[in-house]
Design a binder for this molecule. Sequence first.
Ligand SMILES: [Zn+2]
Length: 158
Amino acid sequence: MKLYKVKKSNIDRKGHGLYAAKDIKAGTKIIDYVGKIITKKQTENSDKFDNSKPIYLFNLNSRYDLDGDVSWNTARLINHSCSNNCEYEGKGLKLWVSSVKEIKKGEELTCDYGFSYDSDYKQFPCKCKSKNCCGYIVRMESRWRINKKFKKSLSVNR
Ligand SMILES: [Zn+2]
C-alpha cells in the first residue's frame, strides 16, 4: 500500500498535494523523486529555469541536475511548508522524500523547498499557515532575514 494519496491541496489552492494515507513514523521513505537527469550545461542553456525559482530542479553532483518537472514525478506535487514534515534525501543519482517527524493519516506532506534568500524572495509568498510561517518560501536557515523571531529560535537551538 502506498503511504500517500494525491488530493487537492490546502496550501496550494490551485493545485494538488500529497497526503498521508496512513500514520507514518519519522524517518520513513515515502516516495521516490524522479525526473530527467540533465547536465549542468543543459540547465544553464534552458529558458525553463531562467525566470522562476528552480522548484523542481535538484543538484545531484558537480555534473548533473535532476529536472523533476515531469508528469510521472508524483513527488513534485509536494508543497512547501515553513513547518515541513518531510525532506528531500538523495544518494548518487537517486532522490526520494522521507518523513522527518511522525505524520498522522490525512495530514498533508510538506517539504522545505530550500530557496535561498535573495532580492526576489517576495515573488514567492508562502501560504502554509503554520505558526512558524515567515510569509515567504525561503529555506529555514535564511528565515531570520525576513522575520527576527527566527533569529531568536536559532540561537536557542544551539
Ligand atoms: Zn509558510
